[in-house]
Design a protein around this ligand. Structure first.
Ligand SMILES: CCCCC/C=C\C/C=C\C/C=C/C(=O)SCCNC(=O)CCNC(=O)[C@H](O)C(C)(C)COP(=O)(O)OP(=O)(O)OC[C@H]1O[C@@H](n2cnc3c(N)ncnc32)[C@H](O)[C@@H]1OP(=O)(O)O
Length: 302
């Protein structure tokens, strides 16, 4: 499997991705609902459903994990689906959205870093880096159709797209709220925020752990459009058409020019970034506060 980073990254899950997917439907195709003609074959896995439309060259990728928390399995399946579309010259763009009601993506799956050993945390963080690198540097146009809450790691996924359309629902807040959990956004995530909303706005939002409701997210430039919920998909398609109207080679080279330095910074320090993450999250104090946060989330449900 070709990796965005070259040769250094070899988490077990990605070296043996199919082992994780045993019993799932990844790689199988089936007719899309209401479809049946050329380009209407969907494929996917347990946690990622892909609805490709060969005629338009656009695939809709739907996340369908509980709360779309970024488990190791979800990260792995996302990378595999992305790679499959990248390698198929039929496709020029992906619309990324959620199949879970009210949640686009709940961010890191905290159960992957709570009570886990350092090796697991390292493997998990490398998978997170890999997904970000692949999405941020993708040659395809990525449009996020954000149809639910989008905190922290969910915001990372959205920020790595080229364009963001957010449903106008005050409960669907977006931002990097890490500090409120007692954790810190890594430098590459901070850089992505700065690239999107500027230095001062990022400084404020990161320190305060701001989660922006739709109107504020639009105002600060975190999303490109806010539309009624039932128009998120159609607006994402219109945005996609606008981006695909540009010749691919010119758009791709320009994207690379804009993003390469940010990605290279992580590529140069990937191992150190992993070590920082592991030593930070494995501290007793951080483990205790993550446990308490998870417990609060579970209780809130009842
Ligand atoms: C220098 C050193 C650098 C060190 C770097 C350190 C860290 C990395 C830093 C940054 C990277 C990114 C970090 C993150 O992403 S942390 C995660 C942040 N996410 C959140 O805070 C969101 C928490 N969830 C919610 O607010 C809500 O669940 C929701 C997403 C708004 C959805 O609300 P809803 O009411 O629809 O659902 P529930 O709350 O009932 O949740 C259902 C179910 O899901 C579980 N769950 C939710 N979120 C998570 C999660 N992130 N991880 C694991 N599990 C989650 C929740 O507990 C419920 O579970 P149950 O079993 O009860 O069904």
């Amino acid at each position: 499997m070709a990796l965005a980073s070259g040769v250094r990254f070899a988490p077990r899950a990605l070296l043996r991705p199919w082992a994780l997917l045993r019993g799932t439907t990844l790689g199988r195709t089936e007719p899309a609902a209401g479809g049946g003609g050329d380009g209407a074959r969907r494929f996917g896995s347990q946690r990622v459903l892909v609805e490709p439309d060969a005629a338009s060259g656009v695939a809709v990728m739907k996340l369908r994990n509980p709360s779309n928390a970024l488990s190791l399995e979800l990260l792995t399946e996302l990378v595999i689906s992305l790679e499959k579309l990248e390698n198929d010259k039929t496709f020029r763009g992906i619309i990324l959205t959620s199949d879970c009601p009210r949640v686009f993506c709940a961010g890191l799956d905290l159960t992957e870093i709570c009570g886990r050993n350092p090796a697991h945390c390292a493997e998990y963080w490398k998978a997170m880096q890999e997904l970000w690198l692949r999405m941020y540097l993708s040659s395809l146009v990525l449009v996020a159709a954000i149809n639910g809450a989008c905190p922290a790691g969910g915001c990372i996924i959205a920020l790595s797209c080229d364009c963001r359309v957010l449903a106008d629902n005050p409960k669907y807040r977006i931002g990097l709220n890490e500090t409120l959990l007692g954790i810190i956004a890594p430098f590459w995530l901070k850089d992505t925020y700065v690239n999107t909303i500027g230095h001062r706005a990022s400084e404020q939002a990161l320190q305060l752990g701001s989660l922006f409701p739709p109107a504020e997210a639009l105002q600060v430039g975190l999303v490109d459009q806010v539309v009624p919920e039932d128009q998120v998909q159609s607006t994402a398609l219109s945005e996609m058409a606008r981006w695909l109207a540009v010749p691919d080679h010119a758009r791709q080279l320009t994207k690379n020019m804009m993003r390469k330095a940010t990605a290279d910074r992580l590529l140069r320090q990937r191992d150190a970034d992993t070590q920082n993450f592991v030593s930070f999250v494995c501290r007793d104090s951080i483990q205790k506060s993550l446990q308490a946060y998870l417990e609060k989330l579970r209780q809130r449900k009842g």
